[in-house]
Ligand binder design. Sequence first.
Ligand code: GLU
Length: 331
Amino acid sequence: MTEANNNTSSPFQSFLQQLYSKYKSLPDGKVASYIPELAKVDPDLFSICAMTTDGRGFEVGDFNQLFTIQSISKVFVYGLALEDRGRDYVLTRVGVEPTGDAFNSIILDERSQRPYNPMVNAGAIATTSLIKGAGPTERLNRLLEMFRRYIGRHDIFIDISVFMSERTTGHRNRAMAHLMHHFGMIDEKFDEALDLYFQQCSLMVTCRDLAVMAATLANNGVNPITKEQAVDCVYVKDILSVMYTCGMYNFAGEWAYKIGLPAKSGVSGGIIVVVPNQIGIGVFSPLLDERGNSVRGVKVCEELSRQFGLHMFDAAMGSCKFLEMLNCGNG
Ligand code: GLU
């Protein structure tokens, strides 16, 4: 375990350290095993990171540990699809309706034949199929370039073992792609779209990366460290809206009610949370609840939201700005 490396004297850093200590030994949950490679992860890994929109970082635990991004990738690929095709066209292929069903639900909207939203697997595969490029290599490179803008590092890579593990066992995702092709929602190159989807899920990130990516969304699409525009700011509201309503699997409604912030989780144990115009949060712990969300991750986010009045509709949010609190040293 590595200790926090900056802003060590801040009260907010101390609070993260307290949360880390409080939940470090919580044994609840199970690691995902339906993708065989994911079952090999160390279940004790745990980290909490945050980054403000003006580039201050807070981190505790195993924040440099690499893991595959999994479903969190869906958020960012949705942004690229919106840039590539425009909102109106993307809406003809993928809806924005929460399902209340599991992430791997095979159900499509009966009236439109569209997948319900870009955060469930079916919708994410349809979204990935919209990424422009002359062939599979160019499309992959465009995805990697997009992730690089959010992460702010050049040395990003895909874990080939996880990619192959998903590619060879992902029969359910493959079945969904066939079904969506049948309904005209994705074109005949659906095998290429599936490969690209498995590749995006197998991108290696750290918890610190997650916080920077979330902070980039909080900062209207501009990476707070590199100052690079990662996504056109006109689409940030679309991305945050689907995160808010659909980001936490079939826990999304309860999450919106209790925590009240746009978020996305993934089956490797990551969660990103965006506090617009203020801060991005990343949590990583591979022990998942029955809906596929990190048990410790949800607990940490609940406490952060409550402690700092971060719920979007919390009356306190109007008067109590998180960044101002940090600046006053009361965070
Ligand atoms: N690659 C995983 C799948 O398609 C992503 C699932 C997730 O993280 O929710 O099943």
